[in-house]
Design a protein around this ligand. Structure first.
Ligand code: NAD
Length: 264
């Protein structure tokens, strides 16, 4: 992905040390972008990941360990990205956390954490990214929502609220910046087998009473007509398309990548 002067685009992908974000960072780098990765994990392993992506893509790959539940760290990460790479053209708000519990037992601190990471962090990064995008009259913002941004589910009140919320934020930003060459879209994945799902299996077994080995099929796969887990690379491909010049007229959308989950 290159601009009019054939220079690489600069991208920030939050929550990109594993799962969908990592696949997205790899895909954007493969298409020629300089990328800042972000997220938690073992530092030596993350450094190896960055070196591996840089070697394959030939682009600059940097990392920020910003904790996006903290607004000041989200803002500092965006400043660090611009200092390291140059003005940011592409922002993918992908970091996300989950907690599964009945609403009457849902811990207050988990409610606050999910709102901060899944929703407020995107507000802070978008706010920081927009001035340079507006000035350069080009920008792509993609927010990873979920099928649970479109329909409800039991035992996930905070997650469903934040994913519905980020689709609202997406639409509002899209309308506001449309005249400035900037698009803002959301992708809505169905079930992708990543750490966020793996960590949920035991919690789901507890709240549903299902044995752990039945959870993946009964809670996740039975809802997708395709009946198969979605590879992270398929979500990454949709995100990368939304970041391309070809997607200039697609804005304010929430695009399902969900194996048909939301068709019934
Ligand atoms: P994942 O657990 O592999 O990735 C989450 C990423 O967010 C990791 O890099 C993690 O380190 C990072 N992260 C968590 N808390 C953070 C914080 N406070 N600050 C910075 N980074 C933080 O899971 P994933 O499935 O790849 O999730 C990516 C996104 O996709 C999330 O927004 C999730 O809600 C969404 N999603 C996932 C699925 C699925 O089935 N896996 C379905 C729909 C939507």
């Amino acid at each position: 992905m290159r601009n009019r002067n054939a220079a690489p685009r600069n991208a920030v992908v939050t929550g990109s040390t594993t799962g969908i974000g990592l696949a997205t960072a790899r895909e954007l780098a493969r298409q020629g972008c300089h990328v800042m990765l972000n997220g938690f994990g073992d530092r030596a392993e993350i450094d190896r990941l960055c070196a591996d992506i840089a070697a394959q893509s030939g682009t600059t790959i940097v990392y920020s360990g910003a904790d996006l539940s903290r607004p000041e760290e989200a803002r500092a990460m965006m400043a660090e990205a611009a200092a390291a790479l140059g003005p940011i053209d592409i922002l993918v708000n992908n970091a996300g956390v989950q907690h599964v519990a009945a609403v009457h037992e849902f811990p207050d601190d988990k409610w606050d954490l999910l709102l901060a990471v899944n929703l407020s962090a995107a507000f802070h990064t978008i706010k920081a990214a927009l001035p340079a995008m507006r000035e350069r009259r080009w920008g792509r913002i993609v927010n990873t929502a979920s099928v649970l941004g479109m329909v409800g589910a039991p035992h996930k009140p905070a997650y469903v609220a934040t994913k519905h919320g980020i689709i609202g934020l997406t639409k509002s930003v899209a309308i506001e910046v449309a005249e400035h060459g900037i698009t803002c879209n959301a992708v809505c994945p169905g079930t992708v087998l990543t750490p966020i799902i793996e960590k949920q299996i035991a919690q789901q077994a507890q709240v549903t009473g299902l044995p752990e080995e039945r959870v993946l099929q009964a809670v996740f796969l039975d809802r997708m007509p395709t009946g198969r887990l979605i590879p992270p690379e398929e979500v990454a491909a949709a995100i990368a398309f939304l970041c391309s010049d070809a997607a200039a007229s697609i804005t304010g959308t929430a695009i399902p990548v969900d194996g048909g989950y939301t068709t019934h």
